[in-house]
Design a protein around this ligand. Sequence first.
Ligand code: UDP
Length: 238
Amino acid sequence: MTLPKMNRVLLKLSGEVLMGGQQFGIDPAFVLELAKEVKAAKDTGLQICLVIGGGNIFRGMAGAAQGMDRAQADYMGMLATVMNALAMQSALEQLGVETRVQSAVQMDQVCEPVIRRRAERHLEKGRIVIFAAGVGAPYFTTDSGAALRAAEMKCDALLKGTSVDGIYDSDPKKNADAKRYETVSYSKVLADDLKVMDASAVALCRDNEIPIVVFSIREKGNVVKVLSGEGTQTIVTD
Ligand code: UDP
C-alpha cells in the first residue's frame, strides 16, 4: 500500500530515541541527527507537527510501581516531555528551522500553551509545531497526545518513529520467523493487542480515519523514504 499525497503529518518520536547510545536522558548530538531527519521531511514541502515522549527521562507507571502516587508520577512524566520538546526545538533551530513549542500544561515563561488556531498559523508560516505534555492529563501517554493532536490539526497521517521498522506478528527480537505486516487494520491491532501504540491512541486514529505509519527512526534518511513509499514500514488503516 502506498500512502496518499499528504500535506500535513504528525510525527511522534518516543523519548527513548533521544537517548542515542546512552542509557538515560538526552544525547544532544543524536537529537541533532533526529532534527536533520525532521528537517529533511519538512524540506519535501510537508507541514509538520511533532510530539515527543518522555520515557528517556521518566514514565509515570515506573514511578507508581515504586510507590509514588500515579497522578503525581504522571505529572513528572509530562514535564519530561517538555524537556525533550525543548531539546528538539534547540536542535531544529541550530539547523535554521523555525519551531514553536506548545505545551498542554501551561508554562508561560518557557513555551506557548496549546492553541489550535495559533498552531495553524505557525504551520502556515512554515514553522514546525512541537506539542509537549501529551494531552495534559495523567493516566494518558504521549501516543494518545499524538493521536489527539493529529485529529485536532487534521493531519493526513500519524508517523510513529520507533526503534523497530514496523509491526510484527511476534517479537522480532525473540522470534527469527516473526513476520512484519505491510498493512494491518486498526481492529486487528486492538483485538490482538499488538504493541504499537496504546489502545486509546489507536481507537482515536480509527475513529478519525488517520492512518498510522510505524517505521524505524534509527535508520538514516528513513522519514523521507517512508514518505515517498520507498521505506520499510507498517501502515495501520481500515
Ligand atoms: N504522560 C501523561 N499524560 C500524557 C502524556 C504523558 O501523564 O498525556 C506522562 C506519563 O507518565 C508517561 C510520561 O508522561 O509515562 C512519558 O510519556 P510516554 O510514556 O508516552 O513517553 P514515550 O514512551 O513515548 O517516550
